[in-house]
Ligand binder design. Structure first.
Ligand SMILES: Cc1ncc(COP(=O)(O)O)c(C=O)c1O
Length: 409
């Protein structure tokens, strides 16, 4: 017990919480524990993004882009440090959905091919898989192990030469577990020629994400969640040198060269998935948000987030009527639970009214995982390194207000 406290204190101390709180305007207004939804940006990100819009308005959009090229390109350098890849393997996107679909659509698939997918897939990926089934492609779910995580052993047994794509999600939207994506990637590459597409949307920014160790061919992520970037930002990682990929369904003169009236030459790296037009201000802010995370260190961030989430689970579990819903041997900053006799949305609304930003993990966002386990949804709280122990106490006090009454007859 004593050791546990020493470990927890050490993990919490890996981030200078006073400093990071002083550097974010939004933290005094509300308790931000919906970081798996959207996290408040550091002031440096907010101010640079607004400044960029102002300069664009005064100087002209194209002229500002030319003058600020290095600052706009910061996103590639910082992302490549964070992901362990080269800058040219990273494409700027508007969100994780666009990034994931770009990777998915690049894989040539025909009727009779097999796709293996984790049960943790997000709604956007579920839609793509439903469409694939309509095209005669077989989509099979990889069973979970006894911890609720994607079973690597089951995956190994399912691989054969007809499997053309394996999809896995590092941290699901619907609960606190961390899937063993590195072991999954190794198994995919040892046991097949399939492409490996990883959804790191909920892990990017809260945990180390190493696309090399994952043996990922593609990885999709968003900016606004644990990276604390402006909304409308995302990234696609695409491994260099993949062969046989399809050209993007949507392209313009940035991703492809229209070399002659009947000749189009797509870019040969990840940037083929970029479009010419997007919010340049948001892209600039995204680069700064990644730099901020890299400076804090992803190991330090993960240690503090893990300690806060574990403390929150213990505290919530001690409240009468509360049941923690998280599975997983290894857990992330996402904490899910139910309150006896109350709908998750009502608990969330109560928290919101008391100044706590919370969310609901709904079955419609992850049917494969939730249809049976949580059709009515779970309350979802997601901590970040800037949250404090005092904030967690206050959140738990608000949840405790909902305790079933002890009316005596
Ligand atoms: C696991 C997971 N994947 C993908 C997405 C999609 O992200 P975006 O809304 O940026 O497209 C989400 C969004 O919540 C998610 O939780």
């Amino acid at each position: 017990m004593q050791d546990h406290h020493i470990d927890e204190d050490a993990a919490l101390a890996r981030i200078d919480v006073d400093r990071v709180r002083a550097e974010t305007a939004g933290l005094d207004r509300r308790i931000h524990v919906n970081n798996a939804g959207a996290s408040p940006p550091p002031d440096v990100v907010l101010e640079a993004t607004i400044d960029y819009l102002r300069i664009e308005a005064l100087e002209g959009g194209y002229e500002t882009a030319a003058a600020k090229l290095d600052e706009l390109d910061r996103v590639y350098g910082e992302a490549s440090k964070m992901l362990h890849c080269s800058e040219h393997e990273v494409a700027f996107q508007q969100n994780a959905t666009q990034a994931w679909w770009a990777g998915f659509n690049a894989v040539p698939l025909r009727a009779g091919d097999r796709i293996l997918a984790s049960t943790a897939e997000y709604v956007s990926s579920g839609i793509a898989m439903n469409q694939a089934v309509e095209r005669g492609i077989e989509v099979e779910l990889i069973p979970d192990d006894e911890h609720g995580q994607t079973s690597v052993a089951a995956l190994v047994d399912m691989l054969d030469e007809r499997v053309k794509l394996v999809c896995a999600t590092h941290v699901p939207t619907s609960g606190g577990l961390i899937n063993p994506v590195e072991q999954i990637g190794v198994a995919v590459k040892q046991g097949s020629d399939a492409f490996f597409l990883v959804d790191v949307c909920q892990s990017f920014g809260q945990l180390p994400v190493d696309v090399e160790a994952m043996k990922a061919d593609f990885a999709a992520m968003t900016g606004r969640k644990f990276c604390r970037a402006p909304r409308g930002t995302g990234l696609l990682y695409q491994r260099d040198g993949l062969s046989g990929l399809k050209a993007p369904a949507v392209s313009d003169g940035w991703g492809s060269a229209w070399a002659a009236p009947w000749s189009v030459v797509p870019k040969s790296d990840a940037r083929v998935h970029e479009l010419f037009e997007y919010s340049f201000a948001a892209k600039l802010g995204f680069g700064l948000a990644l730099e901020y995370a890299n400076e804090l260190g992803l190991d330090n961030i993960a240690a503090r987030v893990g300690a806060l989430a574990s403390r929150l689970r213990t505290q919530l579990a001690s409240i009468r009527g509360v049941a923690i819903a998280d599975q997983g041997e290894h857990k992330s900053g996402i904490v899910t639970f139910t309150v006896d006799g109350l709908a998750a949305i009502d608990v969330k609304d109560h928290l919101t009214a008391r100044g706590v930003n919370a969310s609901v993990a709904q079955a419609v966002a992850s049917q494969f995982a939730m249809a049976e386990r949580g059709p009515d949804g779970f309350v979802r709280l997601s901590v970040h390194y800037f949250n404090t122990v005092d904030e967690l106490d206050r959140v738990c006090a608000v949840v405790a207000e909902l305790q079933p009454s002890t009316t005596l007859n």
